[in-house]
Design a protein around this ligand. Structure first.
Ligand SMILES: Nc1ncnc2c1ncn2[C@@H]1O[C@H](COP(=O)(O)OP(=O)(O)O)[C@@H](O)[C@H]1O
Ligand SMILES: N[C@@H](CCOP(=O)(O)O)C(=O)O
Length: 298
């Protein structure tokens, strides 16, 4: 039996749409063993909603590893324990995909190397900005090159915390991608190239002042705010309360505010402004983590 622990992630980080993401200290676990049939059990977040049959994406991801090494996928006994809320923009699907792939690879004595795992989870999820930080930890910048996935892990030297305001309503990433435009203006494209480049620079040089200035986006947030009541007001008021960058976490609806010191005021403001717009939310204070999926084999 193998047990894989996978972190939550916050993808995009504002301007880094489908390109940048960061691992956070909230975890899902996947326990997997070969069995005479497929048996899936779930506890924690999503325990009454997550599929218990072949459509479960942890199983689907695991099966793709067996397919890739041209081995028949046996029956599997899978237990999932989830801390990551489902369809809230904290990488629950990414944690499921990474957990399934890493667990199956471990059951097969790790035939797939890191690059192969990174490319497989990205192909399954469709973009690298949540699955790669879930796999590798830290902040990841990634995208497809001509014939391979290009990625780089950044280890920020700055001590920051992430206040996340997690609305009680779910927003499926698929739905949040459907509202995105097929084309954007040259000015908006240039804006995001500029801010994403400056964001990477701020993280590498530990420049907090620059970080606070550049976590802005024109490619996805202006369109997704129509799906999340109070989103823009939560972002603006959290910044006014002293947060550094405040962005939509992944495809939402969670809003993430980076802070460096006492975040009590930021937490209060985020909760109150969401509630003023009829949205109940949970507030969690998370920390960026530098490690990704971890395997325990017994
Ligand atoms: N622990 C899990 N095990 C299996 N499937 C999961 C798990 N967590 C999430 N999922 C699947 O991922 C879907 C949510 O993915 P998505 O819409 O991308 O939201 P998120 O922003 O949380 O990644 C759920 O509907 C469910 O099908
Ligand atoms: N770049 C994607 C990221 C989705 O992250 P998730 O945690 O919401 O699954 C997007 O913004 O659609």
């Amino acid at each position: 039996m193998v047990k894989v622990t996978v972190p939550a992630t916050t993808a995009n980080l504002g301007p880094g749409f489908d390109t940048m993401g960061m691992a956070l200290d909230m975890y899902n676990t996947v326990e997997m063993a070969i069995h005479d049939s497929l048996v899936i059990t779930v506890s924690g977040e999503g325990e009454s909603d997550i599929s218990l049959n072949e459509t479960n994406i942890v199983y689907q991801a695991a099966k793709m590893v067996f397919d890739q090494v041209e081995q028949h996928c046996p029956g599997l006994r899978i237990h999932l324990h989830n801390e990551v809320p489902v369809a809230r923009g904290l990488g629950s699907s990414a944690a499921a995909v990474v957990g399934g792939v890493v667990a199956a690879n471990a059951l097969l004595d790790n035939p797939l190397c890191e690059q192969e795992l990174a490319e497989l989870v990205t192909k399954i999820e469709g973009h690298p900005d949540n699955v790669l930080p879930a796999l590798l930890g830290g902040v990841i910048v990634a995208g497809w090159g001509k014939d391979k996935l290009l990625y780089q892990k950044i280890v920020p030297g700055i001590q920051i915390e992430a206040v996340v305001a997690i609305p009680e309503f779910p927003l499926a990433t698929k739905k949040a991608r459907e509202v995105l435009p097929s084309t954007v203006s040259f000015q908006d494209a240039l804006f995001n190239v500029n801010r994403a480049s400056l964001l990477v620079t701020a993280l590498i040089t530990n420049n907090l002042q620059l970080l606070a200035e550049v976590m802005e986006d024109r490619l996805h947030q202006p369109y997704r705010c129509t799906l999340i009541p109070g989103m823009n007001e939560v972002i603006e008021n959290a910044k006014a309360a002293g947060a550094l960058g405040v962005v939509l976490s992944g495809a939402g609806p969670t809003i993430l505010a980076l802070t460096t010191d006492d975040s009590k005021q930021v937490q209060t403001v985020m909760k109150e402004v969401f509630e003023a717009h009829g949205v109940k939310c949970n507030i969690r204070v998370l920390k960026p983590i530098l490690s990704g999926a971890k395997i325990d084999k017994s």
